[in-house]
Structure formats: structure tokens, C-alpha cells
Design a protein around this ligand. Sequence first.
Ligand SMILES: Cc1cc2nc3c(=O)[nH]c(=O)nc-3n(C[C@H](O)[C@H](O)[C@H](O)COP(=O)(O)OP(=O)(O)OC[C@H]3O[C@@H](n4cnc5c(N)ncnc54)[C@H](O)[C@@H]3O)c2cc1C
Length: 313
Amino acid sequence: MISVEKGVRLAPHTYYNIGGLADYFIEAKTNEELCDGVRFSKDQSIPFFILGAGSNVLVADGGYRGLIIRLKTAEVTVSGEHVTASAGVPMALLVQRALAAGLVGIEWAVGIPGTVGGSIRGNAGCFGGEVKDVLERVEVYDTSSGDRRWLNAGECDFGYRESIFKKRKELIVFSGEFRLHSGDTDSARTRLKEYAARRSASQAIGSKSAGCIFKNISWRRPDVNSDQLLARFPSFRQFLDLPGIPASYCIDAANLKGTRVGHVQISPKHGNYFVNLGGATAEEVIILIGIAKDHVRRKFGLLLEEEIQYVGF
Ligand SMILES: Cc1cc2nc3c(=O)[nH]c(=O)nc-3n(C[C@H](O)[C@H](O)[C@H](O)COP(=O)(O)OP(=O)(O)OC[C@H]3O[C@@H](n4cnc5c(N)ncnc54)[C@H](O)[C@@H]3O)c2cc1C
């Protein structure tokens, strides 16, 4: 039987170190404990929220009125060129376990601080790689029917930081099966070092943040008229080879780097990182998000969309 804690402070469970109390909280080390948690929330008629590593969330200062299920499932198995990892496994561990088995192709994910579950849900990516490129299938728990089943990657509606799991909140990721390939692990380890160096050169590594606050502005967004934009802002041409215009570029161009609200600052190093300088509140982050959206809208006519997930608002 799971042990349900009451009145647990959520800040230490997030990379932002921000957030008030959850009414109820469990740590699920197995999928059965996860299901017990969902059953508990149904019995109590309260909502639940799945928390992975807490690296892409902003939790309200008032906390969460319901049950937080912190996923700590930790199984990784390798079979041939396939690696299957539970949702609670950190992406960095998945990369290391793959390399230890002589498998390459997922090195780009080493610096993503989230779990397999959170990264499948958000189709996390960097350095040209995305989860959808290496994912074969996903084991899913449907909390509305109680069914467990496998979805092929093609059934998951993956897009830029998008998936079926964002649209259908009743679906929880139990595990992911990744298709990698045998390769030169020495070169792969060299790539890991290069990625780490590139990250620390451009990002506020080690500071308290939720990574990128906003999604980049995809050229394919229905509200983005690329011809008009390029005519008005020729500097956007430099991003034509990318899937979109980096949100950090827009924030920088709006002269917002370094802007502070209370104890939160737009990183002077990377305009899409809003850093908790110590003692920040969710309210301060929200105000800064509003300022960035307002300035970028006025300057470029573009709407910044949040990549982070709000909890308890
Ligand atoms: C310093 C830093 C660098 C980052 N760099 C990158 C980067 O390069 N690329 C990138 O894409 N992201 C990056 N991120 C953001 C973040 O790490 C990713 O979005 C990550 O995939 C989130 O995983 P998580 O386990 O922390 O999810 P959480 O933050 O815990 O949760 C995020 C969302 O996923 C849901 N979720 C979690 N687990 C499950 C599950 N098993 N089933 C269904 N839903 C679930 C939650 O309910 C929530 O809605 C960075 C963040 C930080 C702090």
C-alpha cells in the first residue's frame, strides 16, 4: 500500500525551487504504486498531477489542491538495439546505459535534466535531436479506462514540443522503448563533452530555472506569416535553416536580458532562461513572463507560447 503524505512543500521537487504545499503527495517507485495513487485521487475525488524531475514546471505559490504523484520508477533494460526505460528514469541515465551497452544515437539528450516520461510528453530535444527520432513505442496507462497498452511512436502525434500526451491528459507514460544502434562509443563520449561545453557556453547552467520558458516560434505556426515577417525583419533570415525563430533571440532583441522582477531575472546569458536568484516566487516569474510576452508582441507582432507547464494555477 502506498504511503500518502500530507502538506508537502513542492519547491524542493522542482528545478526552479519554487512552489507551495501539495495537499497530498506520493513517491511512486513502481507502476503499481502509480496506479494506487491514481485510485486514491479518484476515491478522494481530487485531481492528480504527475511530476517527473520537475525541470519543466512552474508550481504556484499556493501549491496544489490535489495529489502530486512524483514518479521514481527506475528500470532500464537493453535488448539488442532496443533500450526500454521506465518513465521515472533520468534522460542522462538512459544515455549512459545505452553507451554502456555499445549503443549510440541519443547522446544529444545527455544535458536534458528531465525524466523519460516528461521528455516523451514534451518531445524534448536539443542539438538537432528529438525524442521522436529515437522512440519506437510508448507503454501507456489510460487513467480513464484503467487500460495499459503500447502506442507506436507514429500514434503519438509528435511535433515540436508536442505529443498526444499534452492533449490527452488521462494518458500517463509508463515507459518508452528507444531504437538506437551499435556504434563507436568513444566518438559518442567525445560528443557528450562537446554538448556539455556548448551548453555551458550559452546557458545559465547550475542556476535555478525551468530551462527554456518559451517555445521557439515555429515557421509552421498558422499565425506566422514568414514572407511578411522576413520583409519586416530581415534579421530573421538567419533562422531560415532552423525549424523556427528562437524565442531567446526575440527576447534579446527586445532588450530584455538581465530584466528583473523581485528575485527572478532573465538570464544575461540566455534570454529564454528566467533564473531564480534566490527566494523567488511563482508570482514574480508570471509577471516577468507577461513582460517578455508584451515586449516581444509589440516589437515583432509575435506571440510567445510557454514551454513550461503550470501547476496549481
Ligand atoms: C537547465 C535545464 C535545461 C533544459 N534543457 C532542455 C533541452 O535542451 N531540451 C528540452 O526539450 N528541454 C529542456 N529542459 C526542460 C526539461 O528538462 C524537459 O522538458 C524535460 O523533458 C521535462 O521532464 P521532467 O521529468 O522534468 O518533467 P516535469 O517537469 O516533471 O513535468 C513536465 C510535464 O510532463 C508531465 N509528465 C511528467 N512525467 C510524465 C509521465 N510519465 N506521463 C505523462 N506526463 C508526464 C508532467 O505532468 C508535466 O505536465 C531543460 C530544463 C532545465 C532546467
